[in-house]
Design a protein around this ligand. Sequence first.
Ligand code: COM
Length: 526
Amino acid sequence: MTTDGMDIRDISISNAEWRVIIDDFESGVNQGPILNIDPDDDREYDAIFIGGGAGGRFGSAYMKAAGGRQLTIDRWPFLGGSCPHLACVPHHLFSEAARELDYARTFSGRFWYPEFDESKASILEMVQLFLSGRNSAHSFMNYQSKEQLGMEYILNASATVIDANTVEAAGRIFKAKNIVIGTGSSTRVPEVPGIGLKGVYDYATLIEELDYDPRSCVIIGGSKVAIEYGSFFQAAGCQTTILARSPLMAGTGLHHVDDDLREYVVWGMRERGIVIHDGTETLEVLGDDRVTGVRVRLSDGTVTDIPCEMVFIGTGERANSDEYVKTLGVAVDDRDSIIVDAHMRTNVPGVYAIGDIIGPPMEMFKARKCGMTAARNIMGEDYTFDFSEYPDFLHSTYEVTWVGLSEREAREKYDNVIVLQMPPPGVPYGDIPLPCADGTMMLAFTHPERTGFQKAVFDATSRKLVGAHHVGYGAKDGFQYLDHMIHTGDGVTIDQMAEMNELFLNPSHFIQLARLRAGAKDLKSL
Ligand code: COM
């Protein structure tokens, strides 16, 4: 028996119950829209959020908390969007697996580690593990949004925009003072022959469709996704080749990447067996029905065929904006991203756009804060969001984190720049087991070259920290606060850092390195 939708307004649904409900929607046992609309509230909606991902959910929650009335509509039977379903959450599971596998390989047959068993390292098994558990995140999003945040929503229903104040969903017409569009982005699929063959995946189809364990992979593109998934594939025993146009982490997609950090990350990937070509042009995906290889023009002009059992697309994303260009006439840029101002307003009065659909950076903080920004403006505040500066990260088998200026950028901007660096400038990676801290202690005593890399960049004249860069484990949280310190008020000086209280062994050693140098009137690198 199938349902024909559910009206859940007057019932409380626990997390455990949501899991069953969402499973049933995904298997087709449940069908139709999930309606959570307050029939007793006769106020016009302040906003309808189209898309219940990070931007729509946080915007809605903020608006509701501020006393407004919102309605959030999503095509999936859950809120939270692609993050828990296809993107950030599986990426973090895979990156953790990559790190664990890296340890297991590095210490194979030593200490308590058994000989590494390639047959147990499986991409497919990790995908299946994720699929078996992802509904726990989905269910919590639905539960929290309704029971704790009091949001109104319609799920498992597509929203059709009629005009800037009218949306049709679940066979009903809804009116609102504003519309907030947050329907995200999708992989920009390169136009090369054979790209539609079986065995070609992106981050989304890998989750939904992978049904075998590839032992070799060619990644087309050099995006963050290419680095992250490539590092996982390689760690899982799938020989991986990355075909990038620009050198990894040096393209326009990422800003403020320090040259030495980049060199360490790419060195580490190659050290673990990943083959990386830049300056390439992918010519064709080879195979009759299923992928057998990729034909590529290398940077020296030679054309070669690289055999593989899987092709993975890592070329980046484009905004899902077509529908809104047609129906509302929103203006887009040359990459189809909806153009907004710092209030998240589009060119159409009363229409806002948030999250990945407005272009890069396609990161959670931006999506969520875009949602909040739209909500605050709709609720009458004059609130702007500038995301030109932000802390950034990616995973190889390491956690790679950076904020502020690279050393090169700092030297272009300031006359007197110093760095505090581990290993110190000019010292080979393997010469000292530093930096080491949580997550790299065993490497410090066995493989000193693998303990990571870090650099703090200071303008020695003002004594201010202007950039920080880290490869290792456990620094991501700290970089959120470093970002705030660097970019808020007067910033933070080496002297203030010298007064901070480190929790030794701290993953980034910046505080104690700052203290070693802060006594000097004329600062020197370390
Ligand atoms: C997190 C999704 S996985 S959301 O940002 O909380 O909506």
